[in-house]
Design a protein around this ligand. Structure first.
Ligand code: MN
Length: 502
């Protein structure tokens, strides 16, 4: 028994979540330790250590005990003789359903970039049933990446590429920046070791050169904030992670010294108003670069990211990027969807945040509001943890692999308008999974939808209003029809002969 390894985990959970059921976590550890007894990983260490590290990552994300429990048990049904039924008897149906989700997910075999859409589709469909499974999968993957050296080169490359192409984009979509960065940097090192080494060396050198003046700017800003009585919580130098630096260098084909956000100064303040006050102080002291100011507080990024960004000329032509945000925004930016489990008494806040974060439209909130207004019982709370907002949504893929989320019952026309209004206007027919379908067919999660257009088409048909389900499509269709009627009216003069449709 590897009993010594579980104590630090239990202590960490107790410190962060005093009400968490750590006895349950201990029992899960003992159960998993017995099931994996005698098993070793490729690196020759006891198998249970992988399970404990997976659980540790989940605990760092401060996820509730049942998810940590499922993390400890995640490889039991697949790699030992102990069955899922035994887990269900011992830990109940909820934990068993998470573990079963992981087992199913591990059966999805990554087939390389040419099967990208297919892979991503399967992941999203799995995620749609329970997003907690994806959290456990991220934690599992991080440990696998950290111990990748023990594997054969071809297997190492496969896992690294799969992480970059599938896992990191999903973490990004869920707003989980910290997890995404960890996955990307770990995978980058194995996928392209030379580029990784070169980029890391470049970053190190540039950071060495920039660190001095960043520190001077930080010191001066500290004084200014104190003078202005702005109660900042933290001013930290934030380093860009290696993989995103690599992508940026490639994209702009430029010198690392011109990457202004290689080190950014991040200021964390208590209230939203403090963000704008801080920005005012920065802009009064240093001249901002044109077009580099971004207010992601009033207009968040599609994944929910909120912050003020600005880039300024400091002394001697040095250029520094600032990011200003509240503590709450910071937590959401680093942890994304995982942040919403915390401090959440009713599940309402998590649901509201999720809708915002995933860019989902108001209609879903409206539809679920009546359900949510009831008093929340324990059972309902447990249910809300399943992130059931996914259940009313479907994920449909473009032929290029972009994911469009739509409400249940959406048609190819809803899909087309969600991709681009021009695509909706010019739509003449559609294919679902490469089969021609009728425009009022209902899409399902995981479908790949292709819109066939005709550039001569004059715009939407009024008949489409009978079957579309999204406000977005309905709004566009109505506007275009109104515009067309106005045109027709204007051109209906004897001289021009009009532009009649028939
Ligand atoms: Mn595993």
């Amino acid at each position: 028994m590897e009993t010594g390894v579980i104590e630090p985990l239990l202590q960490k959970i107790r410190a962060d979540q005093p009400d968490a059921d750590t006895e349950l976590v201990r029992r899960a550890f003992e159960f998993a330790d017995r099931a994996h007894a005698g098993q070793k990983r490729r690196s020759n260490e006891p198998y249970i250590l992988h399970c404990v590290r997976t659980a540790e990552t989940l605990a760092e994300m401060r996820l509730p005990a049942p998810i940590i429990v499922a993390g400890l048990l995640h490889d039991v049904p697949e790699d030992t003789t102990v069955s899922l039924d035994a887990i269900r008897r011992e830990f109940g149906p909820d934990v068993a359903s998470m573990v079963s989700g992981i087992t199913k997910l591990s059966k999805i075999r990554y087939r390389g970039i040419d099967r990208y859409v297919e892979n991503l589709r399967k992941m999203f469909v799995a995620m749609a049933s329970d997003v907690r499974v994806i959290m456990i999968k991220f934690a599992d993957r991080i440990d696998n990446l950290e111990t990748l050296d023990a594997l054969q080169p071809d297997k190492r490359l496969r896992i690294a590429l799969e992480s970059l192409e599938i896992y990191a984009p999903i973490a990004n979509r869920l707003g989980m920046n910290e997890i995404r960065s960890r996955i990307e940097d770990l995978a980058f090192r194995h996928a392209w070791p030379e580029e990784f080494a070169r980029t890391a060396a470049m970053a190190k050198k540039a950071i060495g050169e920039k660190a001095g003046y960043i520190e001077r700017v930080r010191a001066e800003l500290t004084i200014k904030l104190k003078e202005a009585d702005i109660p900042y919580l933290q001013i930290q130098g934030r380093l860009k992670h290696i993989y995103s630096l690599y992508l940026k260098l490639q994209k702009y084909n430029c010198d690392v010294m011109h990457i202004y956000d290689l080190i950014a100064l991040r200021i964390i303040v208590p209230q939203m108003a403090d963000c704008y006050a801080t920005l005012g102080i920065i802009h009064r002291r240093w001249r901002p670069l044109k077009d580099r100011f971004k207010d992601y507080i009033s207009v968040p990024k599609p994944n929910g990211y909120q912050s003020l960004h600005t880039t300024v000329f400091c002394d001697k032509g040095e250029i520094v990027e600032f990011q200003v945000r509240t503590a709450e925004m910071h937590e959401a930016a680093e942890q994304g969807i995982a942040a919403h489990w915390k401090y959440d008494e009713s599940g309402k806040k998590a649901t509201a945040a999720l809708n915002r974060q995933l860019g989902w439209v108001k209609e879903l909130v409206e539809r679920t509001r009546s359900i949510r207004r009831r008093e929340t019982t324990d059972a309902e709370f447990a249910e809300s943890m399943r992130i059931d907002v996914f259940q009313n949504r479907i994920f449909v893929f473009t032929p290029k692999g972009d994911v469009i989320d739509l409400p249940e019952g959406a048609t190819p026309i809803d899909f087309a308008y969600s991709v681009h209004s021009g695509l909706g206007d010019k739509c003449v027919s559609a294919k679902i999974n490469e089969r021609i379908v009728s425009l009022d067919d209902r899409l399902s999660s995981g479908d790949c939808c292709e819109i066939i257009t005709d550039k001569n088409r004059r715009g939407p048909s009024p008949d489409w209003l009978k079957f579309v389900v999204t406000d977005n499509a309905r709004g566009h269709i109505k506007t275009r029809i109104k515009g067309r009627e106005a045109d027709a009216l204007a051109s209906r003069t004897p001289a021009s002969g009009g532009r009649k449709r028939k």
